[in-house]
Design a protein around this ligand. Structure first.
Ligand SMILES: NC(=O)c1ccc[n+]([C@@H]2O[C@H](COP(=O)([O-])OP(=O)(O)OC[C@H]3O[C@@H](n4cnc5c(N)ncnc54)[C@H](O)[C@@H]3O)[C@@H](O)[C@H]2O)c1
Length: 253
């Protein structure tokens, strides 16, 4: 099936590794022009080099999405280079650790919210203005099952994802009349650098037992769904959630 992504301009935040990297690679394979926006410039450049070597179109931008001015510069640079922005994928996230909220330092709370929620706001606003002007656009926000069903010890992360889902609905509602849509996705558990420290041993086994398919997902499995959601075929999906979790807590026993 042709996903009609050829030459669509897609910005992926946190595209330097993990889910974002897989999304960037999959989108490039479908013919999209991919912008990898990551605070880690080396990782971003490595993804760019690899995609270009394989014949795809990719540009890496080193950017801290918590900084609105830098985000504005990047979106303008993308528009200058490609003429438009068709899809924004808000995927970047701050590193987290499991800690009871009574012990959490406010600086740690702020850092998680700054990247996961304010960063997505900065990117959505900067790209949203361009999309509204061009009368078309798509935002895909990578949330988490934690927005709906938090695990103890992840207060800031869960709150940031619940906030991201609310932001998605606002974007869908406010920009829908201008041809700009938004959807949020709830991945289940996938082994990436981000999650590895929290999935070891007995905790990981318990998490697996809650998944009907009995295993964690892969970044490629999420990337496939993201490609579909980025395509015109999924245009009428506006809001969310789209759940990609192998049937986590799909039934009691
Ligand atoms: N891996 C999972 O099991 C899982 C489950 C549910 C949801 N998710 C979500 O998927 C998304 C990707 O997760 P991942 O596992 O690939 O994480 P990851 O830590 O491997 O990747 C996150 C990327 O974001 C970048 N980043 C961090 N701060 C940034 C900033 N200020 N500006 C720009 N880039 C920044 C990092 O450099 C990194 O490349 C996240 O939104 C995460 O919450 C992951």
């Amino acid at each position: 099936m042709d996903l009609q992504l050829s030459r669509k301009v897609v910005v992926v935040t946190g595209g330097g590794r993990g889910h974002g990297e897989s999304m960037a690679r999959a989108l490039a394979r479908e013919g999209a022009s991919v912008v990898v926006a990551d605070i880690d410039g080396e990782n971003g450049m490595a993804v760019e080099r690899d995609i270009v070597r394989q014949g795809g179109t990719c540009v890496a931008h080193q950017v801290d999405i918590t900084q609105p001015e830098r985000v504005l510069q990047m979106m303008q640079a993308v528009k200058d280079r490609f003429g438009r922005i068709d899809v924004l994928i808000n995927n970047a996230c701050a590193p987290i650790r499991r800690i009871p909220f009574l012990e959490m330092d406010v600086a740690e709370w702020d850092q998680v919210l700054a990247v996961n929620l304010r960063g997505a706001f900065n990117c959505s606003q900067a790209a949203g203005r361009i999309m509204k002007e061009q009368r078309s656009g798509r935002m895909i926000n990578v949330s988490s099952f934690a927005a709906q069903l938090p695990a103890a010890g992840f207060a800031a992360y869960s709150a940031s994802k619940a906030g991201l889902e609310a932001l998605s609905k606002i974007v869908a509602g406010e920009l829908g009349p201008f041809g700009v849509t938004a959807v949020y996705v709830r991945p289940g558990v996938v082994e990436t650098e981000f999650t590895k420290p929290n999935h070891a041993g007995a905790v990981g086994d318990r998490m697996r037992s809650a998944i009907a398919m009995g295993r964690f997902g892969t970044t490629e499995e999420l990337a496939g769904v993201i490609c579909f959601l980025a395509s015109p075929l999924a245009e009428y999906i506006n809001g969310g959630p789209v759940t990609v979790d192998g049937g986590k807590y799909v039934c009691q026993f």
